[in-house]
Design a binder for this molecule. Sequence first.
Ligand code: GDD
Length: 412
Amino acid sequence: MLIEMPRHTEIFGSIKIHEMQRVLKIDSGRFANPRAKDIPFDEIKDILRRFAIIVPVKDEKIHLLDGVLRAIPFDCTIIVVSNSKRDGPDIYKMERDLVSYLHDLTQQEILIVHQKDPDVGLAFHDAGYDHLLHKDGIVRDGKAEGMIIGMLLAKALGKDYIGFADADNYISGSVREYVIDYAAGFCMAESPYSMVRLHWRYKPKVIEDKLYFKKWGRVSETTNKYLNLLMSTHTGFETRVLITGNAGEHAMTTKLADILSYSTGYSIEPYHFVCLFDQFGLGIEDNTDADAAKAGIEIFQIETLNPHIHEEKGDTHVNNMLRGSLQTVYHSKLCNEYVRAKILEELGDILEWEGPKENPIMPPIREIDTSKFMKMLKSSAETFARFEQGAIMLEEEEKREYFKEESFQTVL
Ligand code: GDD
């Protein structure tokens, strides 16, 4: 891959935020260039083998999920965490059948589990991590909650990198690019505590019967503005470096995943920044993790080559996302009266009669014994399945035998 070098890096305490980098070529020709970094595909492949991609899914069209799963590079492990309906038409069953069928055809390693499986709740309880459970012991609704289940499974498999891909993507090929972009980011990282966040080049909309290639969505534009303002008011120097406040498509090293806390639902992504600012930002003396503070935390923001087309979920959904995002900024340790007043003004009617609530925060997952967590799911969770990577490398002799088989000829 050929990718632009960042033109600027904002240093905020122990956090380094690299300015946006554009993908110049997904497949490059090893052209050394002072403005761009060439990353050989072997290096990318090496990262992919150590990568789990988590796909959170809730009642999406099965065709979309199918496209997303097929686009994720073979070397990665896929972890599907579903919160789809089970009553009426059992959508989860359709998803599991799809996963099993894809595994039959491809032999890629895939895991699947349902977020509301009572045994998933029990495994969390047993691990002493009740922060995402309802009183009845079942995991809450929420994308972040699903992502945490996925992260624990990725850790149990010993993965070094954990990434996310939404299930409602209409352009399967873009998902393949996202994963390769993540890997490229990690090839550039100098710190073991690093994160790659994607900025979509375009998010097309239909306006008066025509496709309009929009660059910014309302939620991301507003969230970015306030996250930048948190930094600017703290340093006294205005910045606009941060452009991926809501990046649903993101990935991080397992070492970083271990030290972050997580905010509920869709506020998880902006909270990554707030959590880092509050623990490792400029002027913070009592860093919660000395090793990470010393190594530094590196954030890459990569602009994709592909546009992003996904399901539109309506104004209420967008307003909830905006409220969740700005609530995280409002309750940051670094937020001063000026920024708070601006947020209240921005949220206006969206807040209705309430003030900005504090989103539930789930503490780091580092202490959870993930092998035990997965063992518990394997032994008792009805919805858990692990389809392991098959031995697919046939020797020449075996291939000849295989092609001779009658069944194969019938298929042909
Ligand atoms: N497991 C699980 N549990 N998955 C969920 C849940 C849940 O409770 N709720 C939603 N999902 C899945 C969806 O099925 C989809 O695959 C993904 O999470 C994203 O949810 P959407 O509802 O499609 O979100 P969006 O498209 O409006 O927003 C996305 O992009 C934003 C950036 O523009 C999300 O990724 C946001 O988190 C992100 O900020």
